[in-house]
Design a protein around this ligand. Structure first.
Ligand SMILES: Nc1nc2c(ncn2[C@@H]2O[C@H](COP(=O)(O)OP(=O)(O)OP(=O)(O)O)[C@@H](O)[C@H]2O)c(=O)[nH]1
Ligand SMILES: [Mg+2]
Length: 647
């Protein structure tokens, strides 16, 4: 038997799916979280007579008629793959709107069971929806559920199994097209008949009161900054930061290397192999994993923030600015998802129907600092700005600024057509679930450790080898004679405009394309071979290469140049054309160089009162980029005129 879960976005499909299958698919308190269908087997606890029951979670849809590609997936799946039964998850807090989709599902010709979800929210609002009346009006079974607490789910599965047995022919496929306005009328009637308001609704809802402050036109952004600041401070000053300090200083800094060295000595391991293991593998991976506790706390807090409904308000605040650059609220969701990882972020652009808008979002989403960039931020803050918790949040604000300016530029240099209108929907605030945040945190931590012990480990081994050997494969005494040094030196000139001097900086930036965490581990391997201090010590070895200003510029360079290869792969598949991929990557490189040069050169001039290395090349680069930009704008303008498009 196969059950499909269908319903409006944010109605709780994935929450229900996770509950009955034991999976941990991504749940977020906003619309459009799931973009691909997911299939799994029903958990033992919910099985009936040991029958194998498959459950499919689908992307949310407001209507069967395909507006966006995921809605098309819903329709295609429901219509073509025809499950034995559809569980239609109806958001009880948005009854009327949800029923629109329900009535369309009823016409497909497959048994439908309605799960009237978010029963707890209905109760809290002092409302009641009559299950019996709804069931008789729709002509299908209705079960009240609370997906988060698994209330009513067992009953739901049983009733769904029953519904399967009903002769499918009783579900006549209506060939008569009901118009949307007619449907709306029918739905309104049904909702009116089943809905009971028990308490006075004229009092302003709690959500609305809060929104007047946090989603305010002017205060919204500063409040977001303060919230992020609080989150970062809590992560850095709290148990996460403390544990990371311990991991970095003691555990990965002394205890483990000593134990491993002693062990390897005791079995007379070849000294080269010993160095490879201790300095390469352990040193590199340790430098990244050391930040794990801090990052786990961050993810925990971010998950709480998201679950509470606050992140959707951030989307509303951004929406205002985004409209100005020709992007809609739809572009914000990929960016919020991208704050975890750019890959699902870029994939989330599938909800955008306008191809130009989608491409623009694909180019801009990787600018949001993802989880892999957090260790770089943590490292640079610890070394150059010890005790300041503003660095982390400032990076997000910088990212927002860069995204908006980049958007404005993209709009000018490419010829975009229609702008879509999209109304962002605000979920109700709710007490965030600690369990949910905890699961999210563990999930992210698992991913982090997996990445550290696979791709980062392999890369570190390679980096260690390349810094210890010359091109003729002879071990070198002096690192600067190594393979890596020669590659780094080759890249070196490119970094001069930003005042970055040293082949190590080029080498680290390159390994960062494999995985951004590698920037940290490459520094660990390269610099620790020559120094006794731990890499992340305030004022540690990195200060030989950077001033605080150029350090911040290097951070920006790693954030705003193209993302890691895996994310570039995602960009490629969503762009749908190589030409656009290369345009996008070129744009990202230009932005990364421009932002880093501006911060390093202009920043140093203002703060230290004197130009730094590479001032002239920096200015030449900026001038070159400006001229290039000017030419592109002129070209686009000409094209606009020939196409007869007004701007
Ligand atoms: N209060 C309450 N919240 C719920 C319930 N079920 C789900 N939620 C919350 O609703 C939000 C959306 O849940 P999801 O499971 O991601 O919704 P979805 O239908 O899969 O959404 P899309 O993937 O965007 O279509 C999350 O914040 C859930 O915690 C419920 O029964 N009660
Ligand atoms: Mg979902």
């Amino acid at each position: 038997m196969k059950i499909a879960l269908a319903g409006n976005p944010n109605s709780g499909k994935t929450t229900l799916f996770n509950a009955i299958t034991g999976k941990t698919e991504y749940v977020g308190n906003w619309a459009g979280v799931t973009v691909e269908k997911k299939e799994a087997r029903l958990k033992k606890k919910y099985e009936l007579n040991h029958e194998i029951i498959k459950v499919v979670d689908l992307p949310g849809a407001y209507s069967i008629a395909p507006f966006t590609s995921e809605e098309a997936i819903t329709r295609d799946f429901v219509v073509e793959a025809s499950p034995d039964v559809i569980i239609n998850i109806v958001d009880g807090a948005n009854l009327e709107r949800s029923l629109f989709f329900t009535t369309q599902l009823l016409e497909i010709g497959i048994p439908v069971v309605v799960a009237l979800n978010k029963g707890d929210v209905i109760d809290k609002r002092g409302e009641e929806i009559s299950v019996e009346k709804l069931s008789s009006q729709l002509g299908v079974p209705v079960v009240q559920t609370v997906a988060v607490t698994e209330k009513g789910l067992k009953n739901l599965i049983e009733i769904a199994a029953e519904a399967c047995k009903i002769n499918k022919l009783t579900y006549q496929l209506t060939t008569v097209e009901t118009s949307d306005t007619d449907r709306q009328k029918i739905v309104k009637e049904i909702a009116k008949h089943t809905f009971v308001q028990k308490r006075d609704a004229t009092t302003v809802r709690f959500s609305d009161k809060v929104d007047r402050i946090v989603a305010h036109k002017i205060w919204g952004l500063p409040i977001f900054f303060l919230v992020m600041w609080a989150v970062y401070s809590l992560a850095i000053e709290g148990p996460g930061g403390f544990l990371s300090g311990y991991f970095n200083d003691t555990l990965f800094g002394e205890v483990i290397p000593t134990v491993v060295t002693n062990f390897l000595d005791s079995i007379n391991v070849n000294p080269i192999l010993k160095d490879l293991i201790v300095e390469g593998a352990l040193g590199g991976v340790g430098a990244v994993v050391g930040f794990l506790p801090l990052i786990m706390v961050l993810f925990f807090l971010l998950a709480l923030m998201e679950d509470s409904g606050y992140m959707s308000r951030v989307a509303v605040i951004m929406d205002r600015y985004f409209k100005k650059i020709g992007l809609s609220g739809k572009s914000i969701i990929p960016m919020i998802v991208g704050s975890g990882c750019s890959i699902p972020g870029v994939m989330a652009t599938r909800t955008i129907e306008d191809m130009n808008e989608k491409r623009m979002t694909v180019i801009l989403t990787p600018f949001v600092p993802c989880g892999a960039k957090l260790p770089i931020i943590a490292l640079f803050s610890a070394v150059f700005f010890p005790g300041s918790s503003w660095v982390g949040p400032s990076v997000y604000i910088l990212a927002i600024g860069v995204i908006i300016i980049s958007g404005l530029i993209l709009k000018r240099i490419f010829v975009w057509e229609a702008e879509s209108s999209f109304i962002l929907e605000l979920p109700e605030y709710k007490l965030p679930s600690l369990k949910h945040a905890f699961i999210q945190m563990l999930d992210k931590a698992k991913g982090f450790v997996y990445k550290a012990t696979t791709i980062i480990l392999v890369m570190n081994t390679l980096v260690w080898f390349m810094q210890a050997y010359s091109w003729s494969l002879i071990p070198v005494e002096d690192q600067s004679m190594s393979i890596l040094a020669s590659i780094g030196t080759w890249i070196g000139p490119l970094l001069i405009p930003m005042g970055f001097v040293g082949w190590q900086l080029g080498a680290a930036a390159i390994t960062g394309f494999v995985a951004k965490e590698n920037v940290v581990s490459t520094f660990a391997i390269l610099l620790l071979a020559a120094s006794e201090d731990a890499l992340h010590m305030p004022g540690g070895v990195l200060t030989e290469f950077f001033t605080p200003v150029t350090a911040y510029a290097y951070l920006a360079f790693n954030l705003f140049t193209p993302p890691c290869f895996a994310a570039i792969g995602a960009m490629n598949s969503e762009m749908g054309s190589k030409k656009w991929l290369f345009k996008g990557l070129g744009f990202q490189f230009a932005v990364g160089f421009a932002v880093a040069t501006l911060i390093a050169q202009i920043g140093s001039l203002i703060i230290y009162g004197a130009p730094i290395t590479g001032f002239v090349p920096g200015m030449v680069l900026l001038a070159g980029l400006s001229i290039g930009l000017f030419i592109l704008i002129k070209k686009a303008d000409r094209k606009r005129t020939t196409l007869g498009l007004e701007d």
